[in-house]
Design a protein around this ligand. Structure first.
Ligand SMILES: C[S@@+](CC[C@H](N)C(=O)[O-])C[C@H]1O[C@@H](n2cnc3c(N)ncnc32)[C@H](O)[C@@H]1O
Length: 243
């Protein structure tokens, strides 16, 4: 798909710049809780093949391996992948069970055979790309029947200041480190809110999310929603119909 290469480059730069403070987000209880809720929705069992789409600094990939999954993590940001690689190379179990690929998500998805992954996770990602319907179509194709697709996206008019307020306890645990990091994360979060107001990013309502998922084959009856991340994010799980 043809996307304005200027916008694509500036978004890639945005994520590269955000990589370092973003990698410390897992210290926040609010983010950690979202991650655990995502794993519960995904129903991870030992040995399953799991795709972590837009894996960022590898927070989910590491947690998935701790729960017994074999993981492929894909992200186009060189800095995010470098941080993830650095983390996993320090632990044999992570190194043996996670493959990281630096690539555009849609380009990667097109290389995967039908019905391949047991679980696909797209955490805080789909709102940030200009072609979510194409990505969802590919996700459905490569997900095994009975498999789970779990995604999280900011709700319309999300205000990340609530997350900042709910993270104050974490910040006070180690103020010298976390006050500067949290301020940087807060500035990026505000930029994300602005990107959604001027149409670069799109925050889906529950109805839009359902339409997106059912239009490519998921049954409405097999879609679960949860409001989380200081009530600013919808966590969604869709199960692919059995053959
Ligand atoms: C908000 S971060 C989420 C990271 C991770 N899923 C998490 O929740 O910790 C969004 C990620 O999407 C990645 N990304 C955005 N557009 C992408 C694309 N077209 N292909 C691959 N990665 C992309 C960014 O590089 C960034 O790491």
């Amino acid at each position: 798909m043809q996307i304005d290469s200027g916008i694509e480059k500036s978004l890639q730069k945005f994520w590269n710049d955000y990589a370092e403070p973003y990698s410390l987000l897992h210290e926040s209880c609010v983010y950690y809780q979202l991650m655990q809720q995502t794993l519960e929705f995904a129903q991870i069992t030992p040995g399953i093949k799991c795709l972590d789409l837009a894996c960022g600094p590898g927070n989910y990939a590491c947690e998935l391996v701790k729960n017994g999954a074999k993981v492929v993590g894909v992200d186009y940001s060189e800095k995010m992948i470098a941080i993830a690689q650095n983390r996993i190379s320090q632990h044999t179990a992570l190194n043996e069970n996670i493959s990281l690929i630096q690539m555009d998500v849609l380009d990667y998805l097109k290389t995967v055979p039908d019905n391949f992954f047991d679980v696909i996770i797209a955490a805080l990602f789909l709102s940030y790309i200009p072609y979510p319907d194409e990505v969802i179509k590919e996700i459905y194709r490569i997900l095994k029947p009975d498999g789970h697709f779990v995604m999280s996206n900011p709700r319309p008019n999300a205000n990340f200041s609530h997350v900042f307020i709910d993270s104050i306890r974490d910040i006070l645990r180690n103020p010298l480190i976390f006050i500067p990091v949290s301020l940087r994360i807060w500035i990026y979060a505000k930029r994300i809110e602005r990107f959604s107001k001027n149409g670069v990013f799109h925050f889906f309502s529950q109805i839009e999310t359902c339409q997106l998922l059912t239009s490519i084959g998921f049954d409405a009856g097999n879609i679960k929603f949860m409001e989380t991340f200081s009530k600013q994010v919808y966590l969604v799980c869709a199960e692919k119909r059995k053959l």
